[in-house]
Design a protein around this ligand. Structure first.
Ligand code: AHN
Ligand code: ZN
Length: 347
């Protein structure tokens, strides 16, 4: 009896607090999960610019598809190094040769930009900068394969990180926290859809696998990492991805909460998605750094998990929305300055 009254009261208060009705089923299809979490006191963070992030995406696409062993790939890599240096970051390249599913040797390089290189408490941000050599989800016949622009799959994550790097580089209040941006190469050269040979996840994400086995600095570690993949499409939906929740649950929840507090709940949906093999998988399992993935997820597409543009020629500038880029860039900046403030408070 007594318990029932208390439950009713708690439910009423909780309902008032969350502006949700007691009868609604959290976690059901219609209702986003709303966990009772205390509000985070947001630290002051500099602002990302939508136009600037967009220009960084376009600049990459303008080089042409960034397929390893092509001139566009080479030139884009050089461009990224120059940009990051110009923004005041310490930049190094990690060249490597990777063997693709069909035996092709891919002349590859991971690009690493660091801030406060001597700081021992480090946060890692990453995205892949190469693009898929074929539109295999569209043309089912390999004779009709063409490379894709990869405006979203590739350029968007890098574009957001360039904007984050630019804003921090210009800021009068630079974080004391150590920061590393790693642009992984040769992520997207995995076996095509109708390939007759064996499917293996390890044929994807060749740059992150190489880096995880050969870190750019001996004994390198970060206390967590964030991977960005396909973060620029109009109406993107970022669910809390399976490996992120498995390996980095507390930071994943925190990032989603920060995004929601910033007003980006339309993109950052506090629901879980299945596991997705991506660069973060190898950073988690091989480098043992907890890393989450912010990746566009299509809950309607049970087969591939990704929206319809994925690995087709439709992945071009037409699907890029600067509001999405801005939401992700601002969320990342907030996370960085939040962590920096919490670190300073702990000292
Ligand atoms: C697989 O298709 C195995 N993983 C998706 C990783 C990916 C490809 N992200 C962008 N392109
Ligand atoms: Zn891809």
């Amino acid at each position: 009896m007594q318990t029932k009254i208390w439950f009713g009261l708690a439910c009423w208060m909780g309902g008032m607090l969350l502006l949700g009705a007691c009868g609604s089923k959290p976690g059901s299809e219609e209702e986003p999960v709303r966990e009772v979490e205390t509000k985070i006191n947001l630290a002051k963070a500099p602002e990302a610019q939508a136009d600037s992030a967009y220009a960084f995406v376009k600049a990459q696409v303008d080089f042409g598809p960034r397929v390893p062993n092509t001139e566009a790939h080479q030139r884009t890599g050089d461009f990224l190094v120059v940009q990051l240096k110009k923004m005041g970051w310490d930049v190094s390249s990690q060249p490597f040769e990777a063997k693709a599913y069909n035996g092709t040797l891919l002349q590859s390089r991971n690009i690493i930009a660091s801030l406060n290189p001597k700081a021992t408490t480090r946060l890692l941000l990453a995205a892949h900068w190469d693009t898929r050599p074929f539109n295999d989800k569209e043309a089912k016949d390999s004779l009709n394969f063409v490379p894709i622009d990869g405006a979203n799959d590739g350029a968007s994550g890098v574009g957001v990180l360039l904007e984050v790097a630019r804003v921090i580089g210009q800021s009068a209040e630079k974080p004391a926290l150590g920061l590393d941006i790693i642009l992984f190469d040769s992520e997207d050269y995995g076996q095509p859809e109708n390939y007759a040979g064996q499917w293996s996840p390890d044929l994807w994400c060749l740059g992150s696998q190489y880096w995880a086995k050969n870190p750019h600095r001996e004994g390198y570690s970060a206390y967590f990492g964030i991977l960005l993949d396909m973060v620029g499409a109009k109406n993107a939906q970022f669910y809390r991805e399976g490996y992120s929740m498995q390996y980095a649950p507390s930071v994943t929840k925190k990032v989603w909460q920060i995004a929601q507090q910033l007003g980006f709940g339309k993109y950052f949906i506090a629901r879980d998605s299945p596991t997705i093999i991506d660069d973060h998988y190898y950073v988690n399992t091989l480098a043992k750094i907890p890393m989450l993935n912010i990746v566009d997820y299509d809950p309607q597409n049970a087969e591939s998990f990704f929206p319809a543009y994925h690995h087709t020629r439709n992945d071009n500038m037409k699907i890029i929305d600067k509001n999405t880029l801005q939401a992700v860039a601002q969320t990342i900046l907030q996370v960085i300055y939040q962590e920096n403030a919490e670190l300073a408070n702990a000292e």
